[in-house]
Design a protein around this ligand. Sequence first.
Ligand code: C2E
Ligand code: CA
Ligand code: CA
Ligand code: CA
Length: 282
Amino acid sequence: AKRKGLNQFAFYSSAMSSENSENLELFNSVRKAVLNQEFLVYYQPQVDASSRKIVGAEALLRWNHPKKGMISPAVFIPILEETGVIFAVEEQVLYTACSQSKRWQEQGREPIPVHVNISSPHFIRSGFVSTVEKVLQKTGLSPQYLGLEITENVAMNHSDHVMKVFEELSKIGIRMSIDDFGTGYSSLSYLQNYPIDTLKIDQSFVRQIGQHEGSEKIVRMIIYLAQSLGLHVLAEGVETEAQLRYMFHYGCTNIQGYLFSKPVPANELEKLVGDSEWNLIE
Ligand code: C2E
Ligand code: CA
Ligand code: CA
Ligand code: CA
């Protein structure tokens, strides 16, 4: 299956229509990175605020560069998008995360649903739903254990196409999260129209709890909004017990952050599952 993902570069190279040599160099470096399997998937646990059990994991891309070491996705995702390599790489992330979740179940563990980030060009690309279906079929993962994280700007684009993609994915049984919620210039009306499962409160608000009243108000507003609409709400970037307590107090259902764990390789996540030391609020 890995090979197949790589062969797709033959198609994407045509996206490199620009004769710009700088682009070409970038393209070659990311292309080499894929061929050398320098891209890895890490997992960060998502924890239920009341039981403090791991209820899922977000798949996060890592570039393990032979010379530069681990490179942050914030740096290279834009390069992947510019060069069109993002489609193949995200398909690989999707495949890796789904097979990992399936493997955990086959090992007799409690199911760990995986949540995969999808860039806007990928989400709106024709054939995206078939790609997801193909990956589920190949890995044998049941769709209820797959979530996709999409940023607000995609959802805000009220096109019939975006609506159709949301509906098709939801019909398959996949759960949709709105990532970085509150950071875009969002109209809220799309929340009524799309089958959404979870709002993810951006860490920029979470970080300011106890320091900035405005951010606290936004956090409470997002939790209230999610509750009113019957959606789950997840706070990301929770680093302190005070932030956790705040979220728990106002009814935030799910937590993700360094307080519990940084993103880690699959084998390290396994060790965290069933860990009963997370009795932080008593
Ligand atoms: P994101 O989707 O908002 O993911 C959360 C980011 O916050 C991750 O950064 C995670 O490591 C970090 N984080 C989680 N908890 C804490 C915390 O308590 N404190 C702090 N300081 N940070 C925390 P990461 O892994 O560097 O990823 C950055 C961004 O790159 C992601 O933000 C996401 O937008 C993007 N990304 C990662 N993988 C993919 C992918 O496969 N596809 C796409 N399109 N984007 C991806
Ligand atoms: Ca995310
Ligand atoms: Ca975020
Ligand atoms: Ca993000």
